[in-house]
Design a protein around this ligand. Structure first.
Ligand SMILES: *[C@@H]1O[C@H](CO)[C@@H](O)[C@H](O)[C@H]1NC(C)=O
Length: 278
């Protein structure tokens, strides 16, 4: 009995270490720019990016992935983050690139961040949706996820769907599914446009600005990725509960939708806007 308890105890420690081993910035990522402003912390479990008046910083995944599920926890720049942009996105390289974006536009103290999302296929974007969050993203870590399979892209925040971009190739809308992408994260300055349309500038007396990432986790079907047999993302879609939550987010927290921007598309909204419900 005592021995089996000990065995169970050791086994549980072993299993816990296997689970945490899936998130390792040393193994899965590399700091790609910022000259020392990006730092890997906690033995690879966390990574901080900083921004001052000379430079921002960024990191990228070592591997490229074709379809997958990408999760990261993020605590955004607190206080007066006006002019800062923190990103978590996937992108292929070269002309006609594909891209799936999560961008967090900072604000003056006490004013809400804007979460900006977009999808590019074969070099063409113009699929923006923007949201507020239902919590303060600077107080604690929250999980931001991109599920990217051949039928749809799902943007999630703490597992709550924010947006679904369906594969509408059947009606002529390009969909990213043949170019491998890398994960990129960055913290940079964009006070010429990011906050309240560029009217509110970065307060450099508050620099350095710091955002922290944690629990970087990728599940993909390509070789060389995290060992994980859970391939649920490959067919992931919203069930009834997911659709309800998406409706709640879109009704209460969506602040911009290219599909409702008739001024921008005077000759008619893009085709997928008519066909796509969630
Ligand atoms: C910042 O706060 C203002 C006022 O609440 C809001 O209009 C704006 O959308 C917020 N976000 C950004 C990125 O400017």
């Amino acid at each position: 009995m005592a021995i089996s308890n000990l065995t169970m105890f050791l086994l549980s420690i072993f299993m816990a270490s296997c689970l945490t081993a899936s998130a390792d910035f040393y193994r899965d990522a590399e700091i790609s720019w910022g000259d020392g402003r990006g730092k890997i912390l906690e033995g690879g479990r966390a990574l901080s990016l900083s921004l001052d008046q000379y430079s921002g910083s960024g990191f990228q995944s070592r591997n490229e992935y074709l379809l997958g599920r990408f999760d990261i926890q993020l605590k955004l720049v607190p206080g007066n983050s006006a002019g800062t942009v923190t990103t978590f996105f996937l992108s292929s390289q070269g002309a006609g690139h594909d891209e799936i974006d999560f961008e967090f536009l900072g604000n003056s103290s006490g004013e809400p961040y804007t979460v900006h999302t977009n999808v590019y296929a074969q070099g063409k974007g113009d699929k923006e949706q923007q949201f507020r969050l239902w919590f303060d993203p600077t107080l604690a870590f929250h999980t931001y996820s991109i599920v990217w399979n051949s039928q749809r892209i799902i943007f999630l925040v703490d597992n709550i769907p924010l947006r679904v971009f369906n594969n509408n190739e059947a009606i002529g809308t390009p969909y990213p599914k043949s170019q491998a992408m890398r994960v990129y994260c960055s913290l940079w300055n964009a006070d010429d446009w990011a906050t309240q349309g560029g009217r509110v500038k970065t307060d450099w007396t508050k620099a350095p600005f710091v955002a922290t990432y944690r629990n970087f986790n990728i599940v993909s079907s390509k070789p060389g990725d995290s060992v994980n047999n859970n391939q649920a993302w490959q067919t992931q879609a919203l069930d009834a509960k997911g659709r309800n939550r998406l409706r709640w987010v879109q009704q209460k927290f969506m602040i911009y939708n290219y599909c409702s921007d008739t001024k921008r598309f005077p000759q008619g909204l893009p085709a997928e806007c008519k066909s796509s419900r969630f």
